[in-house]
Design a protein around this ligand. Structure first.
Ligand code: FAD
Ligand code: 2HG
Ligand code: ZN
Length: 476
């Protein structure tokens, strides 16, 4: 499937349909949207299309489909795998959801919000909170990541342990399919068994099967009280044992349990102003824990404090502190959420977003780190994140002092192959939550089973026979 470059006549028709607020061909306006968050992948586009609603989106997709011109959907452009970056040859147009930012409704009775694709996650959090409700998915990019992007990547984040990834929270979807037809699946039915589930096909499709314009999302009652703790630990094994102990002691209260190696904490302290170690002593590993309770229920800090005390007695943790107020709780979260930024400031890294069965993760972290550091001397493994989901970001930082671009060109691919081979050997996935995008495409093609690839290509060909939706991503 080859697409055609955009001809001036198509650009003129798109400009006429979208008007000056929805169309720009000015390279200065377009440039910031052609490079990924880490500045590693750069593309090119002749125009940036910003439709105001689903009707405009449908029209521009139909025009592009008729001309065989490719479209790259883009939300907040926080993809960790360059999923929203257009190809370097300029053959595609970017379609941004930045003007589709309305929260159409919030219903406490249904526990549902209907949000347009370009709504920023933090804005949805605030709107739900204003109604005494909550959207229980969060991640460090919440100030930019959009509902459309989060659904299209089936994003995870720091509350998956209790509420699942984005798929589990999407009740309905409104989308424009690759031929320009509109799919209205917004009705938030709790039960609907009419066969193939288009909503779940679009979730995690990375914009390769259509453009999501709005979604119905599950809301829960707002958190009544939360307790946020930081603990220093001897090992990842101790961390997993601690999680299971806390779950047994507090029921369903634990919703976040994030593993932080000391190297990551030190990076944050070095690069992010105002950061400090919450514990007096040094520990090789740390965890950030959040427990919550509904309004009127006992303070979760009590059960968490008792359970952490018992864990320290049992040698699972060396020390722990529970935030005394919301300001301290936020400061603990900042330590966790700034790891990516601190790592980025510090230098280059080969990033791996891997999952293995939860019980295997502690052993995997240690053995894979040993093997990688033995084969690539002086690299520094930084494995952090969602231990309770069996998902860590097994990032491998370039040796101190080497030229970043040269290391990325000479060594990073071999490092990634090794990490991914070890992951597959452990029964895991090379993309736990960020998706495949462009940066994982070759590795996905190398490691995925023929049956998986064939089925995926068949779905793509059936829904997007001209191959215009986000070519070069996800489907090798
Ligand atoms: P974009 O980056 O714009 O796009 C992502 C993909 O979705 C692309 O393939 C794009 O084409 C497609 N897309 C976007 N909008 C639409 C639409 N309306 N219809 C169809 N396709 C669309 N991810 C996690 O899972 N967990 C984390 O904890 C996490 N933490 C992060 C922390 C930082 C600091 C950063 C920078 C990123 C993090 N991410 C995380 C990755 C990223 O935030 C998520 O992948 C997020 O879902 C992307 O949303 P976005 O709006 O920025 O999408
Ligand atoms: C997180 O969990 C994100 O913080 C980003 O998924 C991970 O920077 C990374 O590798
Ligand atoms: Zn993550």
């Amino acid at each position: 499937m080859t697409t055609s470059p955009p001809e001036p006549v198509l650009l003129e028709r798109l400009a006429a349909r979208l008007g000056p607020r929805g169309f720009t061909a000015d390279p200065v306006d377009i440039e910031p949207w052609t490079v990924d968050w880490r500045g590693r992948v750069r593309g090119q586009a002749a125009a940036l299309l910003s439709p105001a609603d689903a009707a405009e989106t449908a029209d521009v997709v139909a025009m592009c489909a008729a001309a065989g011109v490719a479209i790259v959907p883009q939300g907040g452009n926080t993809s960790m795998v360059a999923g929203a970056i257009p190809p370097a040859d300029g053959s595609a147009l970017i379609l941004s959801t930045r003007r589709m930012r309305a929260i159409r409704s919030i219903s406490a009775a249904d526990g549902v919000a209907v949000a347009e694709a370009g709504v920023v996650l933090a804005d949805l959090h605030a709107a739900a909170e204003a109604e005494g409700l909550r959207f229980p998915l969060s991640l460090a990019a919440k100030g930019s990541a959009t509902i459309g992007g989060l659904i299209s990547t089936n994003a995870g984040g720091t509350q998956v342990l209790r509420f699942g990834p984005m798929r589990a929270l999407v009740l309905g979807i409104e989308a424009v399919l690759p031929d320009g037809s509109r799919f209205d699946g917004l009705t938030a039915l709790r039960k609907d068994n009419r066969g193939y589930d288009l909503r779940q096909l679009l979730a995690g499709a990375e914009g390769t099967l259509g453009i999501i314009t709005a979604a119905s999302l599950r809301l829960l009652p707002a958190i009544g009280r939360r307790a946020v703790a930081w603990a220093g630990l001897p090992s990842p094994e101790a961390a997993l044992a601690l999680l299971r102990r806390l779950e047994a002691a507090t029921g369903e209260a634990i919703e976040s349990f994030e593993l932080v190696p000391d190297d990551a904490l030190q990076l944050v302290i070095r690069h992010i102003p105002g950061s400090r170690n919450p514990l007096a002593g040094a520990h090789p590993w740390h965890v950030l824990i959040e427990a919550t309770a509904p309004a009127g229920a006992p303070d979760p800090a009590d059960a968490l404090g008792t359970a952490l005390g018992a864990a320290i007695e049992a040698g699972l943790a060396g020390d722990a502190v529970i935030a005394a107020n919301e300001k301290q709780a936020d400061a603990l979260w900042q330590l966790r959420e700034n790891i990516s930024e601190a790592e980025r400031i510090d230098g280059v890294a080969a990033k791996h977003d891997v999952s293995v069965p939860v019980s295997a993760m502690p052993g995997f972290i240690l053995s894979a780190r040993k093997e990688v550091e033995a084969r690539f001397p002086d690299v520094r493994v930084l494995a952090f994140g969602h231990l309770g989901d069996g998902n860590v970001h097994f990032n491998v930082r370039a040796p101190a002092g080497v030229a970043g671009p040269a290391w990325l060109a000479d060594t990073a691919a071999a490092v990634s192959r090794m990490v991914h081979d070890l992951t597959v050997a452990a029964g895991g996935s090379i993309s736990a939550e960020h998706g495949i995008g462009q940066t994982k495409l070759a590795e996905y093609a190398r490691l995925a089973s023929p049956a998986r690839l064939a089925a995926q290509r068949a779905i793509k060909a059936a829904l997007d026979p001209k191959g215009i939706m986000n070519p070069g991503k996800l489907v090798p």
